[in-house]
Design a protein around this ligand. Structure first.
Ligand SMILES: [Zn+2]
Length: 481
């Protein structure tokens, strides 16, 4: 009897269950279909967006498609609308815009530590220029670039601005590594490794800039070394080339007091006044250093939209002086941070530059409020993007921007505990805390393992060059060899 009754209820219950299951499956599929498929989702982390309202999103999510950010919000919102084959769990970590190194000479990694503790002129003329004359070839440049790229990616840099020789080879290595760069071919008024005359150099740049036009990662630029190493006629031709092609101009301006004094003696004007007089400055110029501008010159640079890159450690090491960065920030100028070449730093670590920038300006002004951790972080990200005239593309985690994203640990001893995310990032985090790096939506380092560069091969190649460099210019090594 009992068995029969159970039997009697079994059929309708089973039917109901089947309907529920079927409906559930169908509605699940529908929900799945309503989700937009993207390439990559990063979720669960604390997102420091650096957007206009400085949003910091706890348990945030980012959807990435076609190399760009398509959505930023809470993880739950991203989960509701997007699905992806590749999902990175950033739980317990901080997610930041990729750092921007605004000034490098990337192959100079191979000269790291060749001659230290000298002033700029002695360092340049007695050591760097001769060492370059004897060693720089296209292969040297490629090896040094790969070394620099590996060092930068491992420390969370996703864009760099460079100036060197054989820049086309640098661009090639940069593109292959999946890194972003504004890369300037050097123009200087003496014969150098890749070009022996100005005519050769200008022909090189012509070909180089047209070769990379429209590339997603490489912005090919022209880089007159400085107003004291390139003639007025050549500077005017460079400006005309930039006007015609749209190529940015990367240069050094007012790095030392001596440069300013010499310029006044020789040309009757400071470097900035002189460059303005010859019609060289505009909003495609990216000027490294600007350590010695007057107040009027700062106003002029602002009016003309010149990007500025502050290199605190290089300026300290060469005792060049302290750029008036707090004044630049007060005037909301486009000023970023750079390491300069590894020979004058001696690394390509933006974390140290942020930390140094904040502390240097406090010390020199004797005012701890003069440059905050948030402002230093901004110089390495959103303001740094403005310095390179790339603010529409990079510098923040926002819908529509290129997906240059870095995931940083928050749990190392040096970060424990933390109270304020900007203080943690600028004063406590180290380059070694960077875990995963994404450039243009592509993962180039995952859990500290480089995916586009071979670290062991890079180190072996660099050591091979070291032997050659030691012999070529008689480097005094310690221990002695
Ligand atoms: Zn430099």
């Amino acid at each position: 009897m009992a068995r029969t009754r159970r039997y009697k209820y079994f059929a309708p219950t089973a039917l109901l269950l089947m309907i529920v299951l079927l409906f559930g499956a169908t509605s699940g599929t529908l929900a799945q279909r309503r989700k937009t498929i993207v390439d990559l989702i990063i979720k669960g982390g604390t997102i420091v967006t650096m957007d206009g309202s400085r949003r910091v999103i706890d348990n945030g999510g980012i959807a990435v498609k076609g190399g760009r950010i398509v959505a930023v919000g809470k993880t739950a919102e991203i989960d509701r609308s997007y699905s992806a084959r590749e999902v990175i769990d950033a739980g317990g970590k901080v997610v930041i815009p990729g750092l921007i190194n605004g000034h490098t000479h990337v192959p100079m990694t191979l000269f790291r530590g060749i001659a230290d503790d000298l002033d700029l002129q002695e360092w340049l003329t007695k050591y760097i220029f001769p060492a370059e004359a004897k060693n720089v070839t296209e292969d040297f440049v490629r090896v040094g670039t790969r070394l620099g790229l590996a060092e930068m990616i491992r420390s969370g840099t996703t864009t760099y601005c460079d100036m060197y020789y054989f820049e086309d080879a640098i661009a090639d290595e940069t593109f292959k590594a999946g890194m972003r760069g504004v890369l300037g071919e050097t123009i200087i008024d003496f014969p150098v490794a890749d070009n022996k005359t100005n005519a050769e150099a200008m022909a090189y740049v012509e070909k180089y800039v047209s070769h990379w036009k429209g590339n997603s990662l490489v912005v090919a630029a022209i880089a007159p070394h400085a107003p004291y190493t390139v003639s007025e006629d050549h500077l005017k031709a460079i400006r005309a080339f930039s006007d015609r092609t749209g190529a940015p101009i990367v240069t050094h301006i007012s790095e030392t007091k001596r440069e300013v004094d010499d310029s006044i003696k020789a040309k009757g004007a400071s470097p900035i006044d002189y460059l303005n007089r010859i019609g060289f400055l505009n909003d495609r110029v990216i000027a490294a250093h600007v350590v010695w501008p007057s107040e009027e010159e700062l106003a002029l640079l602002k009016k003309l939209g010149v990007g500025i890159v502050h290199n605190p450690q290089s300026n300290m090491k060469l005792a060049s002086g302290v750029a008036p960065v707090p004044e630049m920030l007060k005037n909301d100028m486009p000023v970023g941070l750079g390491t300069d070449g590894a020979a004058s730093n001696n690394d390509l670590n933006l974390w140290e530059e942020m930390d140094t920038a904040a502390k240097l300006h406090k010390l020199i002004s004797r005012d701890p409020k003069v440059l905050s951790a948030e402002e230093a972080f901004e110089m390495a990200t959103s303001r740094g993007a403005r310095a390179l005239h790339l603010e529409k593309e990079i510098g923040s985690i926002e819908k529509g921007k290129r997906a240059d994203i870095v995931i940083v640990d928050l749990e190392d001893l040096n970060q424990t505990p933390y109270y304020n995310i900007y203080s943690d990032l600028v004063y406590a985090a180290k380059a070694g805390d960077v875990r995963t790096v994404i450039i243009e939506g592509r993962i180039v380092m995952r859990d500290r393992r480089l995916l586009t560069l071979n670290e062991e091969a890079i180190k072996a190649d660099a050591r091979r060059y070291r032997e050659r460099i030691v012999q070529s210019v008689g480097v005094k090594t310690l221990p002695e060899e």
